[in-house]
Design a protein around this ligand. Structure first.
Ligand code: FMN
Length: 207
């Protein structure tokens, strides 16, 4: 049985990356060899990553009692890290919002991107991955076209996710589906979206 964790990172019900998420789950659940679960980053109680968590780490060392915010931040991190640890395949379904990833997905990444969890530096100062062997599929939607060098340089969702996953999680990206241009080119939007969803279906069927 392959554990597939689908990270849903859009809470707009009719939006394209939500449809990509739904299409992926619909197709993947047909395969009885896959155990498909969802981690909905907008439904999780993930506070912003910051001092509450660092205070919690400190208090764990000294045995002091954690306040409510510190306990919540620590619990959010433990849940996010457990979700990743248990998965064989991680599927991220996310939009490009304001040139980057939604902040709820950023929190999920922040809670996982940590020296000592996904990687460590060895005595020679080289990075070693601690959770390697996991595979990743990226499903992304963006309303504009980013297929020129100038536009690509402004795109900080796919570029960011690829950088983190390859270089700090040490996971292999086995597939990517990007639906793009449906806002910039509304005339062709139905075709762009239909073709993208078909690619999502094919991606899920390959697992
Ligand atoms: C809050 C918000 C911010 C967005 N920012 C961008 C953007 O920076 N660049 C872009 O090409 N499209 C942007 N879009 C359009 C979305 O990328 C487009 O609707 C795409 O389908 C992904 O979002 P969706 O899955 O929520 O529809 C934005 C949409 C929303 C709702």
């Amino acid at each position: 049985m392959t554990n597939v964790l689908v990270i849903k990172a859009n809470n707009r019900p009719d939006d394209i990356s939500t449809k990509m998420y739904e299409k992926f789950v619909e197709e993947a659940t047909i395969n009885t060899n896959l155990n498909v679960t969802t981690f909905d980053v907008f439904e999780e109680n993930m506070s912003h990553y910051g001092q509450d968590l660092f205070n919690a780490f400190g208090k764990l060392q000294t045995g002091e009692e954690l306040n409510e915010r510190e306990a919540a931040s620590l619990a959010a991190q433990q849940k996010a890290q457990k979700a990743i640890s248990n998965a064989d395949v991680l599927v991220f379904a996310f939009p490009l919002w304001k040139l980057t990833i939604p902040s709820a997905l950023q929190s999920f990444i922040d809670y996982n991107l940590q020296a000592g969890f996904t990687f460590k530096y060895n005595e020679q100062g080289q990075k070693e991955f601690l959770l390697s062997g996991k595979k990743v599929i990226l499903l992304n939607a963006r309303g504009g076209f980013y297929n020129t060098p100038e536009m690509d340089a402004m795109e900080m969702s796919m570029n960011y996710m690829r950088a983190v996953i390859k270089n700090y999680f040490g996971f292999e990206i086995i597939d990517e589906v990007i639906v793009e241009g449906h806002a910039q080119d509304p005339k062709n939007a139905p075709t762009i979206i239909a073709e993208g969803l078909e690619k999502v279906k094919e991606t899920a069927a390959k697992l």
